[in-house]
Design a protein around this ligand. Structure first.
Ligand code: SF4
Length: 702
């Protein structure tokens, strides 16, 4: 209602955290009395997880930054906004004059609103005129995005409303653990679980996999990094045992004849040896998907980070899309393939131009027509727009090197904790001439910065986000921000003026959104008919939403895929396995992930008492046999050691773990940083690092 949207009480908005973007109402007049209540909405159906329920704590955390900080004599000291912005602007001007435009870089985040993601891309290309921009979403869904574009011609996490999954009797989850990462998502899996059709491929028996087994479903407990082999084996079974939808393959796809010779080599028994998943389990999973399809009871294949965060992530997701295509699932009502987005604005964050190779509207930056369109909206010469820059890890690992960026601005990210091979990234950040971090808490990255800019957080300003199903949502202001904090939109406007850029950078998010609409028009992610007024009136708008299609597009691909010929693509791919093999010195495979109470690097959720009390310390989960072999007991501290570093964690025994695998959450920092172990073997297509598999050993702490 209007009263919900305009006042200081009863404000209808969405959660501070993940890509489900649960709807909630914030009530209160100050941070101290603000309360959170879930709101009925199709994605969360009136539910919130523990993170959402406690999200108001972020607004009253004692760790809140309210004044700019500038490093003087080695210490971060309070400064005025003018002083801090002058330091940054002077460094930009001096550095670019001496070393060129690309000596200044920016790093964004998948939690920034659509308006900020858009404005950050424009600020980099128009004000800084640097090609050096990328963001942490590169480490989230980039391989699924690349595979979607490769096979369907378009990437939208779920190309159908999430509620469609709710009627399905068979759902295969690939490396997804929504019972911890986004619990309200489980409401869409109830029917599948209750009918024995929930199937979870995961190296661990997660709470989601347990739910599947409890309902009579399946746990496909594969060895980390063998996902593509699993997909190829299931395709082999589907084709050779009569489960393929040959009519769909003939009429709506192309490339199967080139694809099949590779899959044909993956005999189920070979797949069982490689993955550890029994042939009977694979066969049951394929049969369950086909049976649900044939009886029109709904069948979906959904990927997430477990299957995507690999150095062969794009090919792995491509293989699972091929499984879905063989079964005839995508592009129909009631069946489909999708990807479960992770970060709060993981979908919108990759559409508006903060990715190294993209312009707003999800356009390619090397496409002359795209450059001309966006340059016209920005009022600049297309020839002056920079080309594609380095991907996230390549950008960070080039910092302070000959020819690499010497000044970096970080917005909405904490790469000291979240980057792969994080020790190297921290060293490169320390080698910069100037590191500038905008954040509302002193994250580990902010703590080593030269300038820290205190910015607004989720419930303190207006904007939009785009959720995991491509639906545009309004995020609303419930509170006045603390004195001393400013929006990133103000930061970019102030800096562009200080460095002599004549282009206008509006600070009103509604004005920015109006420009975003024009910039996106005609692109794959077309927002041209989305308006704040329509969203405020309660309309449900999924992109593309255009004058020709003003009601938006909840379901993509029903008539044709987004390829030039309208056909989905089988792309021949093979299983290659993890980039780093385990050996005698490092005999275990470490895989990383999340726990219920924490979000991403934990910089925010570690500040929430209820969450840090429930999950306050780093642990490493392993089978008792693994612990015995290392001489460590349950609860003891152990050092997990890889070729790159070590992480100290408390042993947590679990009889259901594979004995060759250990699991570490990545929400903690310092000695407990899981990403000290991971490595930066990058996917050749998406540049996704391999977070999900690296070789380690255990060393008891005496
Ligand atoms: Fe919903 Fe995600 Fe927020 Fe939990 S963290 S309440 S699942 S949006």
């Amino acid at each position: 209602s209007p009263s919900e949207q305009s006042g200081q009480v009863g404000v209808a908005t969405h959660c501070a955290y993940c890509g489900l973007q649960c709807a909630m109402t914030l009530t209160g007049t100050s941070p101290d009395d603000l309360t959170v209540a879930p709101r009925r909405f199709p994605t969360n159906r009136g539910g919130l997880c523990q993170k959402g329920w406690t999200s108001a704590e972020l607004l009253r955390t004692p760790g809140r930054l309210t004044t700019p900080l500038v490093r003087r004599d080695g210490e971060l000291a309070p400064a005025s906004w003018d002083e801090a912005l002058d330091v940054v602007a002077d460094a930009i001007v001096r550095t670019q004059a001496a070393f060129g435009r690309d000596a200044v870089a920016v790093f964004g985040g998948g939690g920034l609103t659509n308006e900020k993601a858009y404005q950050l891309g424009k600020f980099a290309r128009v004000a800084l005129r640097t090609s050096q921009i990328d963001y942490n979403g590169r480490w989230c869904m980039s391989s699924a995005a690349a595979a979607g574009i490769r096979c369907f011609g378009l990437d939208r996490g779920l190309p159908f409303p999430v509620t469609d999954i709710g009627s399905a009797h068979a759902v295969l989850l690939l490396g997804a653990n929504p019972a911890e990462t986004m619990p309200p998502f489980l409401t869409h899996l109830v029917r599948a679980a209750d009918s024995g059709g929930l199937m979870v491929a995961d190296p661990r028996l997660t709470p989601t996999a347990t739910k599947a087994l409890d309902g009579g479903g399946l746990h496909l407990q594969l060895r980390p990094g063998t996902d593509a082999a699993l997909a190829l084996g299931m395709i082999h079974l589907a084709v050779t045992e009569g489960y393929a939808d040959r009519r769909f393959v003939a009429e709506r796809t192309t490339g199967f004849d080139d694809f099949w010779p590779v899959a044909a080599q993956w005999l189920p028994e070979r797949v069982e040896r490689v993955t550890g998943v029994a042939v009977t389990v694979m066969r049951t999973a394929v049969a369950a998907l086909a049976r649900a399809r044939d009886t029109e009871r709904g069948a979906y294949v959904l990927s997430a980070r477990g299957s995507e965060q690999h150095a062969s992530g794009t090919d792995t997701v491509t293989a699972f899309i091929a499984l879905a295509l063989v079964l005839g699932l995508p592009g129909n009502r009631g069946t489909g393939f999708g990807t479960i987005t992770g970060q709060g604005n993981g979908q919108g964050g990759r559409e508006h131009g903060q990715k190294a190779d993209q312009l707003p509207g999800y356009r390619k930056i090397d496409d002359p027509a795209a450059r001309a369109h966006v340059a016209a909206v920005w009022g600049v010469d297309p020839d002056e727009l920079p080309g594609p820059g380095r991907s996230a890890f390549e950008l960070l690992s080039a910092l302070g090197t000959d020819g690499g960026p010497r000044v970096l601005m970080v917005h909405g990210s904490n790469p000291v904790v979240s980057a792969p091979d994080a020790r190297v990234v921290a060293e490169r950040l320390a080698a910069l001439d100037l590191l500038v971090v905008s954040d509302f808490v002193l994250s580990e990255t902010a703590a080593i910065a030269d300038v820290v800019l205190p910015v607004l957080q989720w419930a303190e300003e207006e904007g939009t986000l785009t959720n995991l199903e491509g639906r545009v949502l309004r995020r609303r202001r419930a509170l006045s921000p603390p004195p001393g904090c400013r929006s990133e939109l103000d930061v970019w406007s102030e800096l562009s003026a200080r460095i002599g850029c004549s282009t206008d950078f509006p600070t009103d998010p509604h004005v920015v959104f109006e420009e975003l609409r024009r910039a996106s028009a005609g692109g794959p992610a077309d927002y041209s008919a989305v308006t704040w007024a329509r969203l405020d009136a309660g309309e449900s708008l999924h992109w593309p939403c255009t004058t020709e299609r003003p009601q938006g597009t909840p379901r993509l691909f029903l008539d044709a895929f987004a390829t030039p010929d309208g056909l989905a693509r089988f792309v021949p791919v093979d299983h290659v396995g993890p980039a780093e093999a385990d050996d005698r010195d490092y005999p275990l495979v470490a895989t990383t992930g999340r726990v219920l109470q924490h979000y991403q690097s934990g910089a925010q959720t570690r500040l929430v008492d209820e969450l840090s009390t429930a999950a306050g310390a780093m642990f490493v989960q392993m089978h008792p046999d693994t612990a015995d072999a290392a001489g460590v007991a349950d609860g003891a501290l152990v050092d997990v050691v890889s070729r790159r570093g070590r992480t100290r964690a408390a042993v947590r025994l679990d009889d259901d773990m594979r004995s060759d695998v250990v699991f570490l959450p990545f929400h903690w920092a310092g000695d407990a940083r899981a990403n000290s172990l991971t490595h930066a073997a990058l996917d050749p297509t998406s540049r996704m690092p391999e977070f999900k598999a690296c070789a380690v050993r255990l060393e008891a702490v005496s």
